[in-house]
Design a binder for this molecule. Structure first.
Ligand SMILES: *[C@@H]1O[C@H](CO)[C@@H](O)[C@H](O)[C@H]1NC(C)=O
Ligand SMILES: *[C@@H]1O[C@H](CO)[C@@H](O)[C@H](O)[C@H]1NC(C)=O
Length: 271
């Protein structure tokens, strides 16, 4: 068995090289985390993070094509625009408690990134890009909404992904309810009653906003603030902030503005 020392040496060398090469992406290493470690802890909802030392920058070339992939957006705080305290004041955002704690993150969101002159443009194409979320307000009211990045088209200054890249753009906020939704009186868009049964003059105009169900799509505004970049792996991390309308119960209620902030993670790839 004279080969043994040689084999051991080769193996050791391979392992050292592998470890050295894999060092850059350590922060995302979840390999020693078991199902038991994750289940019912809410950790599956967390986005990967990068170490503080990820202060890189990746310059982009106009003649190449890029995508942002594996993007994760984890909402950590939600604020709801309330009534102003008096007429002279602006309406204030009130912090709500997120009731949907374990399934609130968007993940694997991807889209095209193009560079033209001094502007980056990101166009979202897909992924797990919407999540129904409910927040509880201090007064006990619950506000549901569909958090999404659907059709996000965001622009940033510069021709590189760096620790000061800020994307800003608009996205589609889909209706929280779908067409099969029945309200407490059994009224729906594609099913159920056309008017509340048993109410006198159920078809009068005052009741028509509740009687005539509509699919109301909203539009939101989102900013992605990148503050960590690993230029070796193409990964970036940061925070996001988005403002969008809440649920309307198929047009029956006024939407309120909700502001969502949280963690951001993603990967730049050349395609
Ligand atoms: C994974 O391994 C590292 C290094 O041994 C350890 O510090 C960390 O706690 C482990 N993570 C889990 C979730 O077991
Ligand atoms: C951009 O890409 C083209 C085609 O691959 C290459 O010829 C050119 O040198 C690149 N420009 C820079 C500044 O890297």
């Amino acid at each position: 068995m004279r080969f043994r020392p040689l084999l051991a040496l080769t193996l050791a060398l391979c392992l050292t090289v592998l470890t050295a090469c894999g060092g850059g992406s350590k922060a995302v290493d979840r390999s020693n985390v078991t199902y038991e470690d994750i289940v019912n802890t809410g950790k599956a909802n967390d986005c990967p993070n990068l170490p503080e030392s990820a202060r890189g920058s990746i310059s982009l070339n106009e003649s190449k094509r890029y995508q942002l992939r594996g993007m994760c957006l984890h909402p950590t705080e939600v604020f709801v625009k309330g009534e102003p305290a008096n007429k002279r004041q602006e309406a204030q955002f009130v912090a709500g408690k997120i009731l949907t704690r374990y399934t609130s993150s968007l993940d694997q969101v991807y889209g095209d990134l193009s560079v033209s002159g001094d502007t980056l443009t990101f166009k979202e194409k897909g992924g797990f890009d919407f999540q129904p979320i409910t927040v509880l307000l201090p007064g006990g009211e619950e506000i549901p909404f569909t958090f999404s990045t659907k059709k996000l088209e965001a622009k940033a200054q510069g021709a590189a992904i760096s620790t000061s890249t800020d994307f800003e753009g608009t996205y589609r906020a889909p209706s929280y309810r779908t067409s099969n939704f029945l309200d407490p009186k059994g009224r729906g868009l594609t099913t159920g009653y056309g008017a509340a049964v048993g109410l006198p003059s159920a078809d009068n105009e005052e009741l028509s906003v509740e009687n005539v169900k509509r699919y109301v799509d909203g539009s939101g505004k989102m900013s992605l603030f990148i503050n960590k970049v690993d230029s070796e792996t193409g990964e970036f991390a940061g925070v996001f902030s988005a403002t969008q309308p809440s649920d309307t119960d198929m047009g029956g209620k006024e939407a309120v503005d909700v502001k969502i902030t949280g963690q951001l993670y993603g990967r730049l790839e050349e395609v």
